[in-house]
Design a protein around this ligand. Structure first.
Ligand code: FAD
Length: 399
């Protein structure tokens, strides 16, 4: 290997570079990241960062950057697979023997989102702009009750703002969690004072003088807004792969070694669609765990110990006092069994598919979450009958 080039200085790209060095790779290692800020952690941007005048948390300390060539504030414009080169927007061309695409995702948007006061939340620049506007705002409207929308709603509410959330589906986080968890979250946000309007999408963003004034819901309701957060999901950044003739299907398509059809090109993190061992189908996941584990894994493959990628997916989301943790991946049709007392705000929901445990959603029960991760990684040998026993405890069962 002569040079590894990583495109994207986010969670996945930096982890890959770190693991390559830690694994003994001594060749040239270039990381190209288009954002002007030094690489930072995204999760706090929709949580603590919005609450106080805190600094962003760096992804790596200065020592890491001494061991690599870091091209910050530079964008890769194109990949020339025949010559094995990438072309940067500052005119540089960098040769590679292996190329890792870790380009992440960008927010989807809504018509009218160019009005001042309408924000997405993906980058530090987004979070800075949003935090500055919250200081003078009184009312915010959130489009979409996904993770980012709900985390933002909790933070804005805690800052004392009037918060309305519009969600086109009949329950929040409908694709990610069980109905019982959706109901719990809806109740938690409503008791914190959030107006949660389910079954209501956005029909228009209305403004005057170039600034947003209101959101019109699909019911016709006009909801005044000083600030609007659009949290309607993301689109993977696949444009480089696509232009280079690689397969793309809502993500850069890779095999179980995270490799594209070109053996010199890999894709990891939010931008990659991979054969997910735990889902049993190809998946594209958006989580720190997925980005970091795939970063570590691609390094192993490049260092010559290729094994299929099989890490268990897990995820967390902090929404005010609610600490939600999810281990495994469930589908809408999977059954749900509650362990603990939902009303107490400390419980887990066990999801089963044909009598097999596939995921566990926990609220304020970190020990359950850790036990669930170990249990699921080991094959999930827990039946619904075991879990329904009155004295059942996930932690004790797994120990
Ligand atoms: P990214 O972090 O998006 O990094 C990709 C980088 O590549 C970007 O900096 C981008 O600018 C750069 N790039 C793209 N194209 C080019 C190019 N052509 N040239 C140069 N650079 C390029 N996950 C959790 O598990 N728990 C949470 O609580 C949680 N909270 C979150 C809160 C927010 C506000 C956000 C936005 C995400 C959150 N996530 C959370 C998701 C998690 O942060 C992402 O899944 C993770 O950051 C993905 O890492 P990545 O490296 O794949 O992509």
């Amino acid at each position: 290997m002569t040079a590894v080039v990583v495109v994207g200085a986010g969670q996945a790209g930096l982890q890959a570079a770190d693991a390559l060095r830690a694994g003994g790779y001594g060749g040239e290692l270039v990381v190209v990241g288009e954002e002007p800020d030094p690489p930072y952690q995204r999760p706090p941007l929709s949580k603590d960062y919005l609450m106080a005048e805190t600094d962003p948390l760096p992804l790596r300390g200065p020592a890491f950057f001494e061991g690599i060539t870091y091209a910050g504030g530079a964008r890769v414009l194109a990949v020339d697979r025949r010559r094995r080169e990438v072309e940067l927007d500052d005119g540089r061309r960098i040769g590679y023997s292996a190329l890792v695409l870790a380009t992440g995702a960008v927010n989807r948007t809504l018509p009218g989102a160019d009005l001042a006061g309408v924000h997405g939340l993906r980058t530090l620049a987004d979070a800075r702009a949003l935090r500055a506007e919250l200081a003078d705002a009184r009312s915010v409207v959130v489009a979409g009750a996904g993770f980012i929308g709900l985390e933002f709603a909790a933070a804005a509410r805690a800052r004392g703002l009037a918060v309305t959330v519009l969600e086109a589906a009949e329950r929040p986080l409908a694709r990610a969690v069980s109905p019982v968890m959706s109901d719990f979250l809806a109740g938690a946000h409503r008791s914190a004072g959030v107006e949660l309007r389910l079954g209501e999408g956005v029909s228009a963003l209305e403004g005057s003088g170039g600034r947003v004034r209101a959101v019109v819901g699909t019911s016709g309701a006009v909801l005044p807004a000083d600030v609007v957060l659009v949290g309607v999901g993301v689109r993977p950044r696949t444009e480089l792969a696509e232009a280079a003739g690689l397969a793309v299907d809502d993500g850069v398509v890779v095999d179980e070694y995270l490799r594209t059809a070109d053996p010199a090109v890999y894709a990891i993190g939010d931008c990659a669609r991979f054969p997910c061992h735990h889902a049993g189908v190809p998946a594209r996941l958006e989580s720190v765990q997925n980005a970091a584990d795939q970063g570590r894994h691609v390094a192993k493959v490049l260092l010559g110990t290729p094994e299929p990628y099989r890490e268990l997916p897990w995820f967390w989301s902090h929404q005010g006092p609610v600490r939600l943790q999810i281990a495994g991946l469930a589908q809408a049709a999977d059954t749900a069994l509650v362990s603990g007392d939902v009303a107490s705000g400390r419980f887990s929901v066990l999801r089963f598919r044909e009598e097999r445990l596939v995921a566990v959603e926990s609220v304020n029960r970190p020990a359950d979450h850790l036990a669930a991760r170990r249990l699921l990684a080991a094959g999930g040998a827990l039946s619904p009958a075991d879990a329904a026993a009155p004295s059942f405890s996930l932690k004790e069962f797994e120990a």
